[in-house]
Design a binder for this molecule. Structure first.
Ligand code: ZN
Length: 202
């Protein structure tokens, strides 16, 4: 058996997801049976990652493994195992001055409230400089108001760049977002919450 392996990680994921055609599948199975340890170990790891994703036990895995898993399994998760919840803006302190309950003394702080069918997402925005704002977010179940600690939160710029939020005490923090429009993706155990078109700092 040769020591080289041309099979990509993505192909192994596709095999696991039963996305390969018969010819590719048979070829890969024979390749593994012929003794490719790299593929065999990788397939075991993929099965474990998928299992963990399904069981929502991700908090125990190292971040590097998670990042890779999320990148590879995002399409898989969105279509097969995780429900996507689209959040709607239901309150914005800038347009609801009368009801405004901005926290602290800083009158420039903005509070927004989003809801999905099952969740409530609070976003606070505080200007740091002319062009940058600090965003803090918190997710809770609508029914019992119990806080949900997200597994991962990414703010996407209009050009598609992803900025990963820092997770802290059940909240997510985006400490220095440049003014602009963002889509925020919040991954929680039961699915993915999507907040579209959030205007920051304008
Ligand atoms: Zn191989």
């Amino acid at each position: 058996m040769n020591n080289e392996c041309d099979i990509s990680y993505q192909q192994r994921v596709d095999y696991h997801d039963k996305k390969l055609n018969t010819e590719e599948r048979v070829w890969l199975e024979q390749h593994i049976e012929a003794g490719c340890i790299l593929c065999r170990d990788s397939m075991v790891q993929i099965a474990q990652i998928v299992g963990a994703l399904h069981a929502s036990q991700l908090s125990h895995a190292p971040q590097s493994v998670l990042n890779r898993a999320y990148a590879l399994f995002r399409p898989h998760m969105a279509t097969q195992s995780l429900v996507q919840h689209i959040a709607s803006l239901i309150f914005d302190s800038r347009t609801n001055q009368r009801l405004s309950f901005v926290r602290g003394e800083q009158s420039e702080a903005v509070q927004r409230l989003y809801e999905t069918d099952r969740h409530r997402i609070d976003l606070w925005e505080e200007p740091q400089t002319e062009q940058r704002s600090y965003i803090i977010g918190q997710v809770a179940h609508k029914e019992d108001e119990e806080t949900i600690a997200p597994m991962r939160v990414i703010a996407y710029t209009e050009t598609g760049d992803g900025i990963e939020a820092r997770l802290d005490s059940g909240e997510f923090h985006l400490p220095a977002l440049t003014s602009g429009r963002y889509d925020i993706e919040v991954l929680i155990g039961e699915g993915e919450i999507f907040l579209a078109g959030i205007v920051v700092g304008e």
